[in-house]
Design a protein. Structure first.
Length: 114
């Protein structure tokens, strides 16, 4: 999608601080971090949200979660981290491109948000 900010970041049209990249995903530091470590990981294929996932996406989403584990280890988040994906406007999704927030670097307690 031409006007999708995450698609433009993946293409290099908008600068980002890349943390990880492979053939199916791209991870970068959030510009408005909500925790000491706040990384977004997005599929390179445009998918609007979790609600749009189908069986054909299973392998790619599984690979993204394997990449999340790898990134968390590289970031020193062995004591714990949180993975969040907002789906739809009511959940606070502001960019309509599937993405997962990796949050860590502090104790976040039992609540859903840090």
């Amino acid at each position: 999608m031409e006007d999708c900010i995450f698609c433009r970041i993946i293409k290099g049209e908008i600068p980002s601080t890349k943390v990880f990249e492979d053939e199916i995903s791209y991870a970068f530091r959030d510009i408005n971090p909500q925790a000491p470590v706040h990384i977004l990981i997005v599929p390179k294929e445009h998918v609007g949200s979790v609600a749009e996932l189908t069986q054909e996406h299973e392998a790619k989403v599984g690979r993204i979660f394997t990449n999340i584990a790898k990134i968390a280890k590289e970031e020193g988040l062995e004591s714990g981290f949180r993975v969040i994906s907002n789906t739809g406007a009511d959940a606070g999704q502001t960019v309509p491109h599937l993405h997962f927030h990796i949050l860590g670097g502090k104790s976040m307690g039992e609540g859903l948000v840090p």
